[in-house]
Design a protein around this ligand. Sequence first.
Ligand code: NAP
Length: 352
Amino acid sequence: MLDKIKCVIVGATGYGGAELLRNLLFHPFVDVTRITAVDYVGKPISDVHMSLLGKTSLKVEQLDVLDAAQGADVVFFALPHKVSAKEIMRLFGTGVKIIDLSGDFRLQNKDDYTQFYGAGHPCHEASATFVYGLPELFRRSIRTATRIASPGCFATAITLSMLPLAKAGLLSGPARVAAMTGSSGSGAEPKLTTHHPLRAGNIRAYKTLDHQHTPEIIQTLQAGGAGADFSLQFVPISAPLVRGIFVTAFVEVPAHLNEQDIRQIYRSEYGDEPCIRLLEGRLPEVIGIAGSMFVEIGLQLDTEARDGKRTLVCFSALDNLVKGGAGQAIQSMNILMGWPELTGVDRVGLWP
Ligand SMILES: NC(=O)c1ccc[n+]([C@@H]2O[C@H](COP(=O)([O-])OP(=O)(O)OC[C@H]3O[C@@H](n4cnc5c(N)ncnc54)[C@H](OP(=O)(O)O)[C@@H]3O)[C@@H](O)[C@H]2O)c1
């Protein structure tokens, strides 16, 4: 019987915090000892995340992060970017393991960070000490990490749709991506563009060719083997869903490859990956993965070749809060603790 470790969640009242709690409260090797936020202080967390009623007596605390982390083994941060870095840097030197869900420590190039998140990162140079928490590419480094920058939701979905091509040396030049997301991706704070009457019956593009996950995806795919000339044009679209991301990515591959060749490349890369469902005979659907750690991936190769190239369409679907967020952060914790990597998160989604 393993001793349980102590976990703290900073920013527990948001949607990332909710998903961390939904999983960590039932994790066999974890005790969630403290949860913090600014609002709802003193209230039971089940007043905020009503699905937890009767399952925990934890109350929201407003604590200095050093006090919150006292005695903890792992601290999860589910805060907005910038706020996250300011809090996390105060734990440097304490030895506690840090898992950050925000974008603050994902980008190694400071100019990229400033362009997409704005100036004023309090300690960008510390990004070099964080491992990017995408097990499909960095599992070995995660095992020995003490600081994890957990990937973004769009970034996970888009990267995984193309990663086998990068590893096979087949990803170069421009990729074009349109990807839809559900409303929980924008967090718990209501905004004009996320308000139900304007969102429920609507589809709209936003941050077109300017989304902050663009440099994160390029950085990761190039680390995986994509060419130095690899570029990404990415159009995010808000869809009338609560959970889920659906990616359609267009890339050019050499015309001599047929669909079976491409499928073989994906199979040899993803055959043993516990979260990847490589589909044959149908394409990904959000309903297949909502609430679960699974990523559905589908492929279609154009029959027509032009200039020695053929267009490959890579589809993927995942749950932004689970494999695209808190679930993947827990997967990283499991890996760095040496536990089976889907402990506490291994379940199928809701159907229908
Ligand atoms: N939503 C997703 O699908 C998703 C997926 C992957 C990664 N992420 C990333 O994960 C992070 C959290 O996202 P989320 O969707 O959970 O956001 P959220 O729902 O807006 O929650 C943010 C949390 O941070 C707390 N907070 C906000 N400002 C604070 C401050 N100044 N000091 C201390 N706490 C503060 C909030 O508590 P109060 O309300 O009490 O202030 C709340 O608990 C973000 O960086 C996001 O980019 C989100």
